[in-house]
Design a protein around this ligand. Structure first.
Ligand SMILES: CC(=O)SCCNC(=O)CCNC(=O)[C@H](O)C(C)(C)COP(=O)(O)OP(=O)(O)OC[C@H]1O[C@@H](n2cnc3c(N)ncnc32)[C@H](O)[C@@H]1OP(=O)(O)O
Ligand SMILES: O=C([O-])CC(=O)C(=O)O
Length: 378
């Protein structure tokens, strides 16, 4: 006989306010997202990604001198350690790129000698440096993950390029036109932070045990990989490939819904009337569609969106426009979620710092539903 729960259970922690945060505010009522008080679409329209990173980490947009200092620090930390290259090369070529990133991030923790020092794990100053180190290393790791699958050598970073341009340079060996750079930078700003989403909450759970920042980020990468979270941007493109063209979208959708399949890139735990970031990312996608002359892709996008909204009343999330945008830029589909990592690492590390500055171990309760007490057979 099983005890039935006598307490209210919040499955998936839906609707539960687990803590306070000063980093970002997701407001489903006004359909807005603020980073430290600033509307995200205004930041995306005006700020370099590095300035947004400074804002999320420090609470204020940088002065010109602060921005220059962060840029110099990040650029100096870009080169990949030979040992990281070896760890990546040891993985099979068909290892999923998110597993490559997770492995490399974990190794960066193992290589960080400051973690050995007494108190070094929680030192806020050291952790700020580690956050910049992770940010600086990720484009090289993500880019090499894609290049080696294509049989290509890594491209060395360039310290005359900003974060977004250098990321594209290390991936493709060239810096694309400004319209492409701008769409990419926009996506990084929009992906940088989103309060207590699953991966950020994972990072905070790990941080709350007073573990180190690399462990928190490694765990967060694992959480982001799933298709209900960051993995959806990859899944959107797989669906587009399955559908093929706009005229097949409605039939595909009807079959998917009849089979009770989730349509990736739609829906959100918090937003009910659409994702605040979609208009800015859709505008970036439109610019790419015009640049690459791909009205066919735009038609598929629009047809699937209209059909899904008409049938389910559920709107696209950020992954829906981001997936096809990355596709047009030339990224492999499996590289989309790793790009998300290279942006969200800013939010994760900001939350690790906030959690550890006023820590309380995260340890919820559960309502037991297993067998009642019984005797072990003798
Ligand atoms: C950057 C990000 O991480 S954004 C999120 C990216 N994830 C996706 O795009 C995956 C697809 N979307 C989903 O699976 C969901 O919308 C989630 C997981 C994001 C949020 O879901 P929840 O708040 O847990 O709602 P839940 O999954 O219970 O959905 C509620 C209802 O809407 C339906 N629904 C929600 N999203 C979808 C979808 N994308 N496709 C089909 N049906 C959907 C569910 O089937 C469910 O229907 P039911 O009540 O008839 O069973
Ligand atoms: O907030 C969420 O649950 C998921 C999301 O959109 C994000 O992490 O960007």
């Amino acid at each position: 006989m099983t005890d039935s729960p006598t307490v209210e259970v919040h499955r998936g922690l839906a609707g539960v306010v687990a803590d306070t945060t000063a980093i970002s505010k997701v407001d489903p009522e006004s359909n807005s997202l603020l980073y430290r008080g600033y509307p995200v679409q205004d930041l995306a329209a005006t700020q370099p990604f590095e300035a947004v990173a400074h804002l999320l980490w420090h609470g204020e947009l940088p002065t010109p001198a602060e921005l220059a200092a962060l840029e110099a620090q990040e650029r100096a930390l870009r080169p990949m350690d030979e040992r990281t290259r070896r760890v990546i090369d040891d993985l099979p070529l068909d290892t999923h790129p998110m597993d490559v990133v997770r492995t490399a991030v974990s190794q960066l923790g193992g290589l960080d000698a400051t973690l050995l020092r007494d108190g070094g794990v929680l030192d806020p100053e050291l952790n700020r440096g580690r956050a910049v180190h992770l940010l600086a290393q990720l484009p090289g790791i993500v880019a090499y993950g894609q290049r080696r699958r294509r049989g290509l050598e890594p491209v060395a970073p360039r310290d005359d390029l900003d974060y977004a341009r250098n990321f594209l340079w290390q991936t493709f060996g060239e810096v694309p036109d400004d319209v492409v750079v701008d769409a990419f930078r926009t996506s990084l700003v929009l992906y940088a932070e989103h309060s207590f989403n699953a991966s950020t909450f994972t990072a905070r759970v790990v941080a709350s045990t007073l573990s180190d920042v690399y462990s928190a980020v490694t765990a967060a990468v694992g959480a982001l990989k799933g298709p209900l979270h960051g993995g959806a941007n990859e899944a959107v493109m797989h669906a587009f490939a399955e559908i093929g063209s706009a005229d097949r979208a409605e039939a595909w959708l009807d079959e998917a819904l009849a089979a009770k399949r989730k349509v990736m890139g739609f829906g959100h735990r918090v937003y009910r009337h659409g994702d605040s970031r979609v208009p800015a990312m859709k505008a970036a996608l439109d610019a790419l569609v015009a640049h690459y002359d791909r009205p066919d892709l735009a038609a598929l996008y629009d047809t699937l969106e209209s059909a899904f909204v008409a049938r389910k009343g559920i709107y696209p999330n950020l992954d829906y426009p981001a997936g096809p945008a990355y596709h047009l830029m030339g990224f492999d589909t499996e590289t989309f979620t790793p790009i998300f990592v290279a942006a969200r690492v800013v939010g994760w590390t900001a939350h690790v710092a906030e959690q550890q500055a006023a820590n309380s171990l995260i340890r919820p309760l559960s309502a037991y539903t297993g067998p009642a007490r019984r005797d072990v057979p003798r």
